[in-house]
Design a protein around this ligand. Structure first.
Ligand SMILES: [Mg+2]
Length: 327
């Protein structure tokens, strides 16, 4: 097997802009580059504010997925969670209605400009909708300091959380919070502390988390993510980065290859899209998504093609990410 050149990678690249149902991470459209290699289609969609060095890891993941055979799948479907953006509590039922049969909901909290009271109201609405058997985890994206996180953990305790995802930004803060919450039996999950860290294992070594969130694109692909999970020695949840269905299939390949999968995965986010690039978006059915490669529909690629200006921006970004990496 030979590695592709930059022109091989760009030869099939298509840039799309897909509308979202709900504003997420401050955007209403999600842009992505889709490319095809001998093994199939892959996605390159680092968030626009990420620098070239960070984007280069995402490009490595896309190239690996499109050009190399992937580790064997140990399961053919992946249970997924519903994702609740930082919406007002009264919109909770409408968002949950987009997910079929999900027993777990991840609720976004600590949104800039919002208050803890809004978080509590949103989580309460999710608990009311899911009933006692539903599993609820919250994701603060590092938005709290240790005191705020501890305060929030108290305020949210009555809703019986599965875990607290990236409550604080740094590994040191996570470790301190984990020590403070020890007797509460409220696990802490690390996400950004794994995927944006120079050293993705530090969080495990420091005892700063009970489990880790891993994502195929930011961690440089399925193989590399599997290696990080093995080295961390902690339970892992596979999640996506608001990928299109093509990127979600990449995440599902990672979840399918993990030796252990104890938690529902964050791969149901196709439901946040108002349109996608495949005829049958990778949405949860009966709480799970199937494992397998997907091929974009040519008409949908054309229909959702990004503007000439944005296409040029993304292609230039692929070139810079290529230069920044050792590919
Ligand atoms: Mg997260």
């Amino acid at each position: 097997m030979t590695s592709p050149t930059l022109s091989d990678v760009l030869a099939t690249a298509r840039v799309v802009s897909l509308p979202l149902n709900t504003r997420f991470r401050g955007v209403e459209h999600r842009e992505a580059v889709l490319l095809e290699g001998p093994e199939g289609w892959a996605e390159f969609s680092p968030f626009v504010e990420y620098d070239d060095a960070e984007a280069s890891t995402w490009l490595a993941a896309a190239v690996d997925f499109a050009w190399r055979p992937q580790p064997a799948a140990l399961r053919d479907s992946i249970p997924v969670n519903a994702t609740m953006p930082a919406v007002a509590a009264e919109r909770v039922p409408e968002v949950l209605a987009r997910y079929d049969g999900c027993r777990t909901v991840k609720v976004k909290v600590a949104e800039p400009g919002q208050t803890l009271a809004e978080d509590v109201a949103r989580v309460a609405a999710v608990r009311a909708a899911m009933g006692a058997v539903g599993r609820i985890r919250v994701d603060a994206n590092g938005g709290w300091n240790v005191d705020e996180a501890e305060h929030a953990a108290h305020a949210l305790a009555e809703f019986d959380l599965e875990y607290l995802e990236q409550p604080c930004a740094t590994v040191a803060e996570l470790a301190e919070l984990r020590a403070r919450l020890k007797r509460w039996d409220l696990p802490i999950a690390a996400d950004e502390s794994v995927r944006k860290a120079q050293d993705p294992i530090e969080v495990a070594r420091s005892g700063a988390a009970d489990l880790i969130v891993v994502k195929a694109q930011p961690l440089g692909g399925v193989r590399r993510a599997l290696g990080i999970v093995a080295e961390a020695g902690l339970p892992a949840v596979v999640s996506s980065a608001l990928d299109t269905s093509i990127g979600l299939a990449q995440g599902a390949a990672l979840a399918a290859a993990l030796p252990r999968l104890d938690f529902d995965c964050g791969l149901g986010t196709a439901s946040l899209y108002a349109a996608d690039v495949v005829r049958e978006p990778l949405r949860a059915r009966d709480g799970a998504v199937p494992v397998g490669r997907l091929t974009p529909d040519p008409d949908l690629l054309a229909q959702h093609a990004a503007s000439a200006e944005r296409t040029e921006w993304w292609i230039a970004r692929v070139r810079r990410a290529w230069e920044a990496s050792a590919l």
